[in-house]
Design a protein around this ligand. Structure first.
Ligand SMILES: Cc1cc2nc3c(=O)[nH]c(=O)nc-3n(C[C@H](O)[C@H](O)[C@H](O)COP(=O)(O)OP(=O)(O)OC[C@H]3O[C@@H](n4cnc5c(N)ncnc54)[C@H](O)[C@@H]3O)c2cc1C
Length: 596
């Protein structure tokens, strides 16, 4: 049986020691926020994740969702225990943890929600899809809906009695939303008749909530071609005035590789009643508000799966006895040594640890910047934080989900053949993690977003928001003897990142194929430098605490050792990514289709 306990010590270290998250209490709306409050909430949240959600993860995977045909209309039954777990989750107020209190939410900072998302995804990624999508729907309506729509929908979504979906994909249109065919025809009463077929819709139909609120991308009759002609509509399963059934039904559910307890539906709309959100033909803007949040949510899926996989790999490596240590038996009284003595097994565990702890700091930092971008009274400070969130979103989404898969795979490797067997539960992590690299914009598309949109924005303004503080950190800490083995590798990798950035900015402006060819390697290089900066920041705090004789010395020493491992064994990948990014498009593009 797999194990999971929320890494609260590390979460507290990142939130309080490294990021000083309690400083958010200076922001309007967060006056009540404090370190104690954060700890209390996360402690409570960790209980529901570890005790309620995690216990349903394996059974949910085995049972999956079932399409039923009751009163002539299809419905989806979630696995046994999900409904009760959802009720407990909802009654605890967790659905509305970061929602606006004006509409019934708890109004906690996003950084706390980020930590909560990590724990939910570790415990049960499938379960997390349901409240995750509802939160995205809440945010889109909150930002773009008029007051009438907000009053009807937001309190129910924040309370969790209604849930949300995001309906973009159609059979002919995945990445390329310009190909959307679903139509919306204006009606005399101000509503729209929405007709079309959406596929792969997560939480499209299920038995957890009283109503399901679909946010649907569709075209108005006078819509221009392509992405400039897409509008966003709210299409409820039950119409809110009399709770009568709307013409939106689930045609089928997908049988898929992982996240089997999350229902993935074909949704048929047949002149379903809907209402426009935001301006006509500007739906993509509103949907992007939802998608940006969702992309950070998916990044947390990568981290969440990596954390639980790491915990299991570590536990197994401590108990599985095979062979003797290379330099002689460590446990001569036992028939063999635990596999954690072997360098190669340690390599896999440390890659997992180096990623999860580094990515936790990176994700929570962005969670805090998101709070500053929304709440800070000073417009320039808000803009600066918004720039950082925009720049880092594709990096977190792609890198953390790629690594979620990698760490899950490493864990199977640590288990050997036993990892490949269902009973131990770790092969599920490989299957569950895989989708996060694909949805919310496949990772290749995140890389294009980075080089094509984020890099040139504001003539490099977004990049400077990252480069300047890193440069400052290196200048301020470069002379510190105790941190040399951390800051020096960061400085080296950072200088290469500046070189590849300049190359892509120059070549890519003239030839977008060059930028596209460099994009994925560049994104990975960028992510590794960002993680190296986080490890330096964590290392500095750990060093300070040890010098001052404060806190748990063993914890801080382990931090420093892991930071050194990251610099020596993980950061060098940035060098090879640099070379690949700099190699140019020629060798990638020169084969004709027939020559493959
Ligand atoms: C389990 C699951 C849940 C989902 N949930 C939802 C949901 O709730 N709502 C929703 O609307 N959709 C959902 N989706 C759909 C998902 O978002 C799409 O599958 C995804 O956007 C990719 O689209 P596609 O599958 O059509 O692939 P395609 O768009 O056909 O892409 C195929 C490959 O080509 C690459 N590619 C395409 N264009 C380019 C380009 N210009 N440059 C470089 N590479 C490119 C892609 O990166 C990808 O690797 C879900 C899918 C699954 C499997």
């Amino acid at each position: 049986m797999p194990v999971y306990s929320a890494p609260l010590d590390d979460i507290r270290f990142v939130l309080h020691d490294v990021l000083g998250a309690e400083s958010l209490s200076a922001l309007p709306g967060y006056e009540e926020f404090s370190a104690d409050l954060a700890d209390q909430i996360l402690e409570e949240g960790s209980k529901i994740c570890a005790e309620v959600l995690f216990s349903l993860n394996q059974s949910g995977d085995q049972e999956g969702c079932v399409l039923e045909n009751g009163d002539g209309l299809t419905s989806v039954r979630t696995p046994a225990g999900f409904k009760t777990a959802y009720d407990t989750f909802r009654d605890g107020g967790w659905c509305g943890i970061a929602c606006d209190p004006a509409y019934g939410g708890m109004g906690m900072p996003h950084v706390i929600n980020t930590a909560m998302k990590e724990m939910i995804c570790s415990a049960n990624m499938s379960f997390g899809m349901y409240p995750g999508l509802s939160y995205g729907a809440f945010e889109a309506i909150h930002k773009f809906g008029d007051e009438a729509l907000k009053t009807i929908y937001l309190p129910k979504l924040a309370e969790g009695v209604w849930s949300g979906t995001m309906c973009l994909t159609e059979p002919q249109c995945g990445t390329d939303l310009g190909l959307i065919k679903t139509r919306a025809v204006p009606q005399d009463d101000g509503s729209y008749a929405v007709t079309g077929t959406k596929i792969f819709i997560s939480a499209g139909e299920h038995d957890l909530t009283e109503n399901i609120i679909h946010l649907v991308l569709a075209r108005l009759p006078d819509a221009p071609e392509g992405v400039k002609g897409i509008s966003l509509f709210i299409v409820p399963k039950f119409l809110p005035d009399d709770m009568s059934r709307n013409a939106v039904v689930c045609g089928a559910i997908e049988h898929k590789m992982g996240i089997k307890a999350s229902s993935t539906c074909v949704i048929n709309l047949d002149e379903a009643k809907g209402w426009l959100i935001g301006e006509p033909h500007k739906g993509l803007r509103a949907m992007f508000a939802m998608m940006n949040d969702a992309r950070l949510g998916v990044a947390m899926q990568g981290l969440g799966i990596a954390e639980v996989a790491y915990q299991n790999g570590l536990a197994y490596a401590k108990e599985r006895l095979q062979m003797r240590a290379l330099d002689g038996a460590k446990f001569p009284d036992k028939p063999a040594d635990p596999i954690i003595v072997h360098p190669d097994v340690r390599r896999m565990i440390l890659i997992s640890k180096g990623f999860t702890e580094g990515a936790r700091a990176l994700s929570y930092w962005i969670g805090m910047e998101l709070d500053i971008s929304l709440k800070h009274p000073d417009a320039d400070t808000r803009q600066a934080a918004d720039d950082i969130v925009a720049l880092m979103t594709p990096i977190l989404k792609a890198y953390q989900t790629d690594m979620g898969s990698e760490v899950a795979n490493l864990t199977v490797q640590i288990y050997g053949g036993h990892g490949y067997i269902q009973e131990h539960g770790v092969e599920q992590y490989v299957r569950d993690a895989r989708i996060a690299q694909i949805y919310e914009g496949a990772n290749g598309i995140q890389a294009l977003d980075l080089v094509g949109r984020k890099m040139p924005q504001g003539y490099g303004r977004l990049l400077r928001r990252f480069f300047h503080p890193v440069q400052r950190f290196i200048e301020e800490n470069g002379e510190d003897e105790a941190l040399q083995d951390l800051v020096f590798p960061l400085a080296r990798a950072f200088s290469k990142l500046q070189q590849s950035t300049a190359m892509i900015a120059q070549k890519g402006l003239k030839d977008p194929v060059e930028a596209g060819a460099a994009s994925s390697d560049y994104l990975r290089q960028f992510a590794l430098v960002a993680l190296a900066w986080m490890w330096c920041r964590m290392g500095r705090v750990a060093q300070e605490r040890i010098s001052a004789g404060q806190g748990d010395k063993a914890f801080y020493e382990a931090k420093l050792k892991t930071a050194r491992f990251f610099m020596q064994r993980m950061l060098p990948e940035a060098d090879s990514r640099f070379k690949m990014a700099m190699a140019g498009a020629e060798s990638l593009m020169s084969l004709s289709a027939e020559e493959f």
